[in-house]
Ligand binder design. Structure first.
Ligand code: FAD
Ligand code: THG
Length: 815
């Protein structure tokens, strides 16, 4: 590809316009934006978005996208008119649950570095005088939020792009995409064909129809959402002119699923309070035939409750009525996050879809960085279109879960909120055994995963487990604590089947993995190595275990589909290396605890002694009747093995270990115990504790980087960086009060100001204290530093600690 690739963007909504600007600003000026409708009121979702921009999110990435959107649109004008009106954002609580929730939300913004404050009902009404203060229990104010004029912001960005050489072509309907080999080569429209090296689909909710042109699934669902405008309100008379349009903060009453903005002397009301209204793309008109294909007729009956709730909160609406409304279409996804990234099968075909106006500039910037520098500056793993498991791409799944995302858009969601239908989807071969033991399942990656087992309720250890607050008690049981204690004292079985397993084979397999990971893998067959996937600038893409099972066969324990995607993209295509996901069709049990050897050794002829089967080694063996691969390692930090076999033999493996374990007091243990144990041992969880935004030294993983290795991705970038140069550190915190368990994403304060945020947290049942891991400035990471964790508006005292908190001498593992 030439240094100036030909880029074709499909769609001139806010996302296509923002991307045109971000690409051309970075010097990629051969950009053509093809739009089926007119410019810039194209008829897509952007054309009628009321443009509320709220930055609050539990996702650091989403807040960063929104923060950049605010900053950028606030600096833009179009013909002297504003693109962003920074009126501020106000959320009100009308229930005690919501009052607590806005405290949690305030915590998120403190974590991510956006100013906000909590208000009394009186302060809320002072800020927004239409509010009935008696209906409100409290408020949450974000002064930098506001209103985007999405059409003007889009056009302003498009004009900048055009000034740098981009073309925006109206009335060009994309009808096909041509490929040469496995690369895009051109985009076909009703007005002719446009050669392209890079195609970015910014087609909004039409995305699936563009994806179909190259066989790329685009797992989003177009749903209609009601938006209405009132008649003029006497109280607003003279408040705003046509230019400013609004001066009161944008307002959300999430308890009722409603939001509000001023429109000169009227109020615009948006509702998520109605039934989900999915729309089939076959029923959406083309802009040739309808001026606003994304706008459907208002269904009044669906708005009745919204109007009643609006009257209650804003009594002066009684002097008005709904003047007009519509059901506007935009995109929802199964996990509520955008779809960004490159197709795994068609090189050069990229997506930026299911993006709100709120996140548009941030997403566009990340996309431009990704395309040009090969890497977005923000961690986008939760937005990557390749994050989904196959089963999560089934149209029925996408439909069901995306409709659920609409329903939950304003809900108070617990971090462990159980997923709804369709369930169960993926079950391990142990599922029937688990059900018989009263497993309480949560779902992850489509897998049913036991969180704890009710059968363990009678364990005496349950009595040793302290209580915790109401929020931390949800989807939790003291039984989990007992399971953790038994793991440290006897032996427990953990279902590790959902752990993504990749097999890498072929004559070049070793060279391939050596090049892509940070640790040395040129070790004898039977070795297992903990290693990192780094990106070109040394950011952590993933952490893996790599077992060399044969000279040319490696088994990788990975963190999900993105790892498979990362490896596959880096194959040479000459067949010298194969990478496949072997998760389905195999299964794994973690057998961990001081009695693990007493359990396993009598069941096999293979030597499982400390000498005969060393730490981080793998062996083929038979456990009773079951041929297995055993690996001696433990994410919970205890003696034992991960034991792998094929799915058909899973139940037999479980029964064999279960029966033999009875004399040792074996228990089945769930993920709640698992998470607590790994935090005691200081083992990181990728995607939570560290991402591409962190280097190995900051994350405390420098030990997995072999700088003596000749070459690996990221090596160069790490030159000059070491444990002693880092400015921030992933740090263990011990909470002083035994009953104060936090959940993650809370801000950490020191010297009276927010200095970092919690990544993972759990009660440590063995160390008998709540644990949190947090990113902190290096100078505060010294053990013994007092800090405070903000938790629902209170300050929980904690102290930084040397890690790991449990068994730093490794006496549990190496014996
Ligand atoms: P679009 O604006 O839909 O642009 C996609 C473009 O692709 C369209 O112009 C379309 O014509 C074009 N296209 C599609 N297929 C083809 C093809 N084959 N050939 C050529 N061109 C094609 N978000 C907020 O952040 N805050 C809000 O307050 C808010 N309120 C909303 C209220 C309503 C009623 C609605 C409907 C949405 C709201 N949204 C809001 C969501 C927001 O409007 C969208 O998420 C956003 O506008 C999507 O931008 P986009 O550029 O991806 O899509
Ligand atoms: N098991 C297997 N693969 C995995 C995980 C697993 N891959 C993904 C994820 N979990 C990786 N995370 C870890 C984290 C820590 C350890 C193993 C996997 C671990 N670390 C030891 C330590 O830090 O002391 C050993 C490190 C070393 O000797 O190099 O055990 O759960 N299969």
């Amino acid at each position: 590809m030439a240094t100036q690739p030909k880029v074709v963007i499909i769609g001139a909504g806010i996302v296509g316009c923002a991307l045109g600007d971000e690409l051309t600003a970075r010097g990629w000026t051969d950009v053509t934006v093809l739009e089926q409708g007119p410019l810039f009121a194209t008829g897509g979702s952007t054309s009628h978005a009321p443009g509320l921009v709220f930055q609050t999110s539990g996702s650091k990435t989403m807040t960063e996208f929104a923060r950049y959107t605010v900053e950028k649109y606030n600096s833009l004008t179009l013909d002297g008119r504003w693109c962003f009106n920074q009126v501020g954002g106000l959320e009100v609580a009308t229930s005690p649950e919501r009052l607590a929730e806005i405290q949690r939300r305030h915590g998120w913004l403190s974590s991510w570095g956006v100013d906000s404050r909590l208000l009394t009902p009186g302060e809320s009404a002072a800020l927004h005088p239409l509010l009935d203060a008696d209906r409100v229990l409290g408020g949450f104010h974000i002064p930098s939020d506001g209103l985007a004029d999405a059409l003007r912001a889009g056009e302003a960005q498009a004009r900048r792009a055009m000034a740098r050489g981009a073309r925006f072509l109206a009335h060009h309907t994309v009808t096909g995409i041509e490929t040469t080999g496995d690369r895009v080569s051109a985009v076909v429209t009703d007005q002719g064909t446009f050669p392209a090296d890079v195609v970015v689909s910014c087609a909004g909710f039409w995305g699936p129809s563009i994806g179909r042109m190259v066989g790329q699934p685009v797992p989003l669902v177009p749903l209609a959402h009601q938006y209405a405008r009132t008649t003029a309100l006497p109280v607003l008379e003279g408040r705003n002119d046509e230019h400013t349009q609004a001066s009161l903060p944008i307002l959300r009453n999430q308890d009722a699923g409603l939001y509000y903005r001023e429109l000169v002397d009227r109020i615009g009301i948006g509702s998520y309070a109605h039934r989900p209204m999915p729309v089939s793309l076959d029923d959406v008109a083309h802009p040739h035939d309808a001026a606003m294909p994304s706008s459907l007729a208002f269904t009044e009956a669906d708005f009745e409750g919204a109007w009643a709730d609006s009257l209650a909160l804003l009594p002066s609406l009684a002097d008005a009525k709904v003047e007009e409304g519509f059901n506007g279409i935009f995109s929802f996804t199964s996990d509520g996050m955008p779809l960004m990234g490159e197709s795994p099968t068609v090189q050069g075909f990229w997506l930026a879809e299911a993006v709100w106006v709120t996140h548009s500039a941030g997403v566009a910037r990340a996309m431009a960085e990704w395309l040009i520098d090969g890497r977005p500056g923000t961690d986008v793993h939760a937005c990557d279109v390749n994050r989904f498991e196959d089963v999560q791409l089934a149209p029925s799944y996408v439909h069901e879960r995306s409709c659920q995302s609409f329903v939950e858009v304003y809900d108070i969601l617990h971090p462990l909120q159980p997923a709804g239908a369709p369930r169960p989807l993926r079950i391990s071969p142990f599922h029937a055994r688990q059900e018989a033991l009263g497993a309480v399942f949560l779902e992850g990656g489509g897998w049913e995963r036991p969180q704890w087992y009710e059968a363990n309720a009678s364990l005496p250890e349950v009595a040793r487990v302290p209580g915790r607050g109401a929020w931390a008690s949800r989807h939790w049981s003291p039984i989990a604590g007992a399971e953790a204690l038994v793991t440290r004292e006897r032996v427990a079985l953990y279902d590790m089947t959902p752990l993504t397993r990749l097999e890498v084979t072929g004559p070049e397999a070793l060279a391939f993995l050596q090049r892509l990971t940070s640790n040395r893998l040129d070790r004898p067959v039977g070795s297992v190595t903990y290693t990192l996937l780094l990106d070109a600038v040394g950011g952590i893409r993933s952490d893996l275990t790599v077992a060399r099972l044969e000279t040319e066969r490696f088994q990788i324990g990975a963190n999900g589909n993105l790892d498979l995607d990362w490896l596959r993209r880096r194959l040479h295509g000459d067949g010298s290396v194969q990478v496949r996901d072997i998760t389905a069709g195999t299964c794994c049990l973690g057998v961990w605890g001081p009695l693990a050897r007493d359990l396993v050794q009598p069941l096999t002829d293979t030597d499982f002694s400390h000498r005969g089967f060393g730490y981080f080694k793998a062996k083929h063996a038979c456990i009773g009747d079951v041929p297995v691969t055993a690996m001696r390692l433990s994410y919970v930090g205890e003696l034992g093995w991960e034991i792998y076999t094929t799915a058909d033999l899973g139940a037999k493996l479980w029964d064999t270990l279960w029966q033999a374990g009875q004399r040792l007091g074996i228990v089945a243990a769930g993920r709640s115990a698992f998470n607590s144990l790994r935090l005691e041992k200081g083992y990181r969880s990728w995607g939570h504790d560290m991402t591409t935004e962190h280097n190995p030294y900051e994350a405390g993983l420098g030990f997995a980087v072999r700088r003596s290795k000749e070459h690996f991705t990221g090596k160069q970038a790490l030159e000059g960086i070491g444990d002693d140069t880092v400015t921030r550190r992933l740090t263990a915190l011990v909470v002083q009060d035994r009953n104060s368990v936090v959940m993650g994403h809370e801000p950490v304060h020191a010297q009276g100001r927010p200095v970092g945020y919690v990544t993972s947290a759990a009660y440590g049942y063995t160390v008998d204290a709540p644990i949190a891991y947090a990113w902190l400035p290096a100078e505060l990471a010294t053990p013994g530093t007092p800090v405070e964790i903000e938790y629902f508006g209170t300050r929980v005292p904690a102290v930084t600690a040397a890690e790991p908190l449990f068994d730093p001498e490794m006496s549990r593992l190496r014996r």
